[in-house]
Design a binder for this molecule. Structure first.
Ligand code: SAH
Length: 454
């Protein structure tokens, strides 16, 4: 194998970019080297660890010229934990990198030349997550809890996670301290022994309501009353204590059985003025502050006057649909998970919306069927998973020609690919607005507006 660098080479490189995993990328005669911990615009000495045919890995040994955005990562498990990738960069640096990453991907993958606006970031880029799912384990007789290490099932033990809520921290510490006393010995994936698997904490930002879910291996809790007392004492804002039983030998978090231990089975939150009920297992956006920013953008791009019918494809529990229903004549939502459609219907009712209709099924089948039934849309909103829109759905859009398409995306690469298809089919991308839903990580959401190009 003839690569420009070899294992154990020591060299000086200039780092140009970041990968999705947050590793720095330097090129040596066009050969990419991935350097954990390196930042764009840094000159550094590195030690080559491994070379493959098309790329290699190196370790940062000395930073000669640091990035102006380099900072000490505030979290003590940052280098082990798989949760965050960018804590060693200032927030301003993170936002600048995300903006240029989106712009590059649009040009490289989609040949899309629409303006990419500066990323809408958060005023406070810490403690933004409203849901924590904390695995527990027993290591040498000690209770450990925290988050999984990158690409592994080993826990990076910690008593605090600074992108999650204070409530989650306090509950994590209390349960960790008292787990053995309360007969909540952590479950071990290898020995298959033990009881407590995950502690899940959810909070309604707007209402302050907190839900605690103990995911256990067995249904019987011998110290149930003591567990409830501890949780309520540590966190007086808890309004719901639930137990989920997962008897399987799997690393999927939840099992099929959910029981109320104390209080209500749901907590409530609001995004803008729209109310949502959240149950132990229901899907809900994890950064409600930025969700509102993103959905306001989608609403703005939809330019609704009150006469329009809007289709919301990949609608989940109807978050965007209900946001749009405030301004549209009618909103039709479609989503593949039947349970989410049930949640969407319930949330529509909770808010008193009578202009929404939800149907479970694949968007690429349900929307063509709607068109055949005469259910047509003036505006179409899509918010697909990472793999982007199904091609059959894009074909339907191009045939049916709704006036505006608002594309909400969590993956710039598939967004760029799909924008190219829609542009070739007669649309023009007017603008792309990235929104930072996940500070300290490499993720970025985008909202794009497309209009018919006459
Ligand atoms: N718009 C929602 C959810 C977006 S996440 C919100 O903002 O909360 C993407 C959603 O697409 C998921 O709920 C997933 O279940 C759904 N999904 C995946 N493939 C689908 C398909 N082929 N048709 C319809 N929905 C699909």
């Amino acid at each position: 194998m003839n690569t420009p660098v070899k294992k154990n080479d020591q060299l000086t490189v200039h780092i140009e970019d970041l990968t999705h995993d947050g590793a720095g990328v330097a090129k040596v005669d066009g050969y990419p080297l991935f350097i954990q911990g390196g930042l764009p615009n840094e000159t550094a000495e590195v030690h080559v660890l491994k070379t493959l045919k098309n790329y290699g890995f190196a370790k940062l040994t000395n930073i000669i010229e640091p990035s102006p955005f380099r900072v000490e990562a505030p979290c003590h498990v940052f280098s082990e934990c798989g949760g965050c990738q960018l804590q060693h960069m200032t927030y301003e640096g993170q936002l600048q990198w995300k903006e240029s990453m989106v712009r590059n991907v649009m040009q490289r993958i989609g040949k899309v030349d629409a303006p990419v606006l500066p990323v809408k970031g958060m005023d406070n880029s810490w403690r933004y997550r409203n849901k924590s799912q904390i695995p527990f384990d027993l290591e040498n007789g000690e209770v450990v809890a925290g988050f999984y290490q990158t690409k592994s099932h080993r826990i990076a033990d910690t008593n605090t996670c600074i992108i999650q809520t204070d409530e989650a921290d306090r509950l994590l510490r209390a349960i960790k301290e008292k787990a053995l006393e309360l007969d909540l010995t952590p479950y071990n994936e290898e020995t298959k022994k033990g009881q407590l698997r995950h502690l899940v904490v959810r909070k309604g930002r707007a209402t302050g309501e907190v839900m605690v879910v103990l995911v256990t291996k067995h249904v019987k809790l011998s110290k149930k009353e003591d567990i409830i007392e501890l949780i309520r004492e540590v966190e007086p804002n808890v309004t719901s204590i639930m137990q989920n039983v997962n008897t399987r030998n799997t690393n999927v978090i939840f099992g099929d059985e959910t029981n109320i231990l104390w209080g209500k089975a749901v907590i409530e939150d609001r995004i803008g003025v729209v109310r949502f009920e959240i149950s132990a297992r229901s899907f809900y956006q994890v950064n409600p502050v930025q969700t509102e920013v993103l959905y306001k953008q989608a609403l703005d791009y939809a330019q609704l006057s009150g006469d329009e019918t809007v289709i919301d494809a990949y609608c989940g529990i109807g978050t965007i649909s209900l946001f749009l229903a405030q301004k549209a004549k009618q909103v039709l939502g479609v989503e593949i998970v039947p349970q989410a459609i049930e949640d969407a219907k319930r949330n529509a009712e909770l808010n008193g919306f009578e202009n929404t209709y939800f149907e479970a099924g694949p968007a690429e089948e349900v929307i063509p069927k709607w068109y055949k039934e005469g259910k047509t849309a003036d505006v179409l909103v899509v918010d697909p998973p990472r793999k982007g829109c199904d091609e059959a759905l894009l074909t339907t859009i191009i045939e049916q020609r709704p006036k505006r398409v608002v594309y909400v995306s969590c993956n710039p690469a598939t967004l760029a690919r799909d924008l190219r298809i829609l542009e070739d089919g007669g649309y023009k991308t007017k603008e792309i607005q990235p929104v930072d839903m996940f500070p300290q990580t490499t993720h970025v959401e985008c909202c794009a507006l497309l209009v018919l190009d006459k």
